[in-house]
Design a protein around this ligand. Sequence first.
Ligand code: FAD
Length: 372
Amino acid sequence: MMIKSALIVGGGIAGLVSARALALRGVGVTLLERKPVVEDDGGIGIGLQNNAMNALAEIGVAQMVVDQGVAVDSIGVYAPDGRMLHERPTDRWCGSPWPGYTGITRSAFHALLLAAAIEAGVELRTGMDVVEVEPERAELRTRTGERLSADLVVGADGIYSRLRRAMFPEHGRAVPTGESVWRARVPNVRKQRISMMFGAGVGTIGLTPLRDDTYFYVVDRSERAPPRGAPDMAERLHALIGHVPGFPAELAGQLSRLPGDVTYRPLETVRLAPPWHKGRVLLIGDAAHAGPPTLAQGAAMGIEDGVVLAQTLASELDLDTALAAFMRRRWPRVSTIVDASLTIARAQMEPNGQAAMAEAGKAAAAALAKPF
Ligand SMILES: Cc1cc2nc3c(=O)[nH]c(=O)nc-3n(C[C@H](O)[C@H](O)[C@H](O)COP(=O)(O)OP(=O)(O)OC[C@H]3O[C@@H](n4cnc5c(N)ncnc54)[C@H](O)[C@@H]3O)c2cc1C
């Protein structure tokens, strides 16, 4: 391996995966997370599609995900009156032995990635808010004034990446899509398949089985935002979906009232043109690319980034060549997925958006059918 040390900024999914992937190849990795603990920010559940599982298998954690989550074999598309319009199997690509789709709680997924990173020898430093980056020297400064450097810095600091804003000020901000998403956990209701419902007066209603619960999300227009910190989030979400005749009554009726079990967030997007690196600092995950979650591929793309980074660093002779090889592998695939996610998000809000949605879905499927 041509690098001996790496600093990873951010203990999200992309940061944890890249940390383990590099540590497994003998790199001395320190992961810096600004929060006091490494944990998910309250996203409830996540769907890991087959390509994400293939990448997780490369770092030896796919089986743990299957054990702690639930494999889902089919996706049903429903009309607002509850009629199933069609059902199809979840996709497996490249002869993969892993499930087409695995539903898992975000907290369980984060905990297992963290344990896997530590097990591989990653040094974890929490409470480390990185406020400055010097790309040519691969040097970071934290809020407390500490300076750190390594052979490579990986910026996995999420959609509001401070590293991105410092390195590429012209691409600094995440752009709102005009939509927002409600997410909710319905405890102790288990569903068999992923369900999606269109045309119910909101963008998409999606439902993902978790191990013991059901996670669902509702995409809506951002102008109908709840007041910040509203105490009656479950009631508000109920008002949004309660009138939809085909929405499963047991889900609407059993929404969890626990704080954090119903969340709301405006959707934003980042599409950083290549290269995602400057000097010896590389951005990955949402820091470099984030589409609306219409294809459920955001984390999958960040997971692939982490695995491909370790592969290219191991196969090339110098850092510049490795970063160029990384970009050649990542950009065509990631840009196709981000563009398709955006097209689908826009089309969902159009009365006649079905053709555009189908076209974008096809482009994404063709990209995902190829190895990452
Ligand atoms: C509604 C919704 C549903 C989704 N569903 C799916 C799905 O089903 N499947 C899927 O594959 N993807 C999904 N995604 C996308 C997925 O959640 C994201 O792509 C993924 O979580 C991003 O991970 P990340 O590690 O890049 O960034 P983040 O999760 O944002 O992690 C960044 C980390 O960096 C830390 N950090 C930030 N700044 C600093 C700093 N200056 N110093 C130190 N640390 C810092 C943060 O505290 C955080 O821990 C969904 C997204 C949304 C919004």
